[in-house]
Design a binder for this molecule. Sequence first.
Ligand code: UDX
Length: 440
Amino acid sequence: MRCTVFGTGYLGATHAACMAELGHEVLGVDIDPGKVAKLSGGEVPFYEPGLAQVLKRNIDAGRLHFTTSYPDAAAFADLHFLGVGTPQKKGEYGADLRHVHSVIDTLAPLLDRPAVIVGKSTVPVGTAAELGARARELAPAGAEVEVAWNPEFLREGFAVEDTLRPDRLVLGVDPARPGRAEALIRRLYARLIEDEVPFLLTDLPTAELVKVSANAFLATKISFINAISEVCEATGADVTQLADALGYDARIGRRFLNAGLGFGGGCLPKDIRAFMARAGELGADQALTFLREVDSINMRRRTKMVELATRACGGSLLGANIAVLGAAFKPESDDVRDSPALNVAGMMQLHGAVVSVFDPKALDNSRRLFPTLNYATSVEEACDNADAVLLATEWDEFKALRPADLAETVRSKVLIDGRNCLDPAEWASAGWTYRGLGRS
Ligand code: UDX
């Protein structure tokens, strides 16, 4: 089959490469010529394990191409995926849909044959129906153009695996146009469906809502354990042992119960805010007021970490040397969007600390976003003369650190483990002051 994918960020580039990997002919489309040139040369413009190999293999096989040309894309296929970003609007909670609208407004006037546009981006409920009406109004093919929604659940760091072996496939279709989108998508994903990936067919608003509800649930689960961790801190209990005990209950499950610095990234924070904003527009704001609490529990983790560092430095961060290990919002990613690690580093700098940040993959992106922080090229350099070391992203190389690795480098043996990923007993017995979040 042939398809196009509009938007070549984390979502679009992965989808394009993985659809080619399934044997289809794919054209990735982006307005950024720099991205298109890189991808065409087999280079992934961000860090995503395994993606470069899939990209290169399929470019070499002649199945995968990239372009900036919308007319070429309209001529190339009759199945078009929409994978552009829907960031948070500046200064408000709602989602900024300008990229989604711009794809439809540019593509639709070029559609002179029946076509199916399948949205993958995370959008406020109601967007798909609106885009369908707009596309039909603008397209020469008119009523022969339809919009369906196939939300994407991939995690950064596992994007290829999540696309080729997803937990489920969800497709929302317009009930006024039954059959065509479903048939195309079933053919496209035939190999996954043969592998018994559940395929759920539904309407447009349900498909849109599945995605935001899933992210709201995951964010709630993380904030739940972080709220409990505040109670653990008040009582001397250990939140990691508590989470293990809770996780054995199959109804609860252990995943996403890691207390610590909380969630960040380009999805969970902005998605719960956009969900609240949309519920407000629909007159259902009361239903989601709990998400405001989920958000504020999450943001409190960051100030908590700053408080712990302040206390460890004798009540003031002024002039203190602080090492921050980790800048990416999570390991196996170079993404620093709404990164708790960088947020904490920035807050400490505002309190007068000299902050030195090290991350194995995210330094370039960090420099662009927070140019005033100091960046080190190794753990040792970051920890040089440190009054406290903060572990903010649980990269494997930080989890493998032993007390002796840093003992000679730091000024004070203080370790604040923002991801509860080191063994407190090991560090304490080596003479370190160890502080976790939700355990001492
Ligand atoms: C998320 C969803 O998981 C994915 O399905 C969706 O498509 C996009 O949003 P992603 O943003 O890549 O994916 O990261 P995820 O692995 O979900 O982690 C989100 C954040 O939660 C990270 O900052 C992570 O450190 C934090 N987290 C995760 C915790 O603080 N505790 C946990 O137990 C799990």
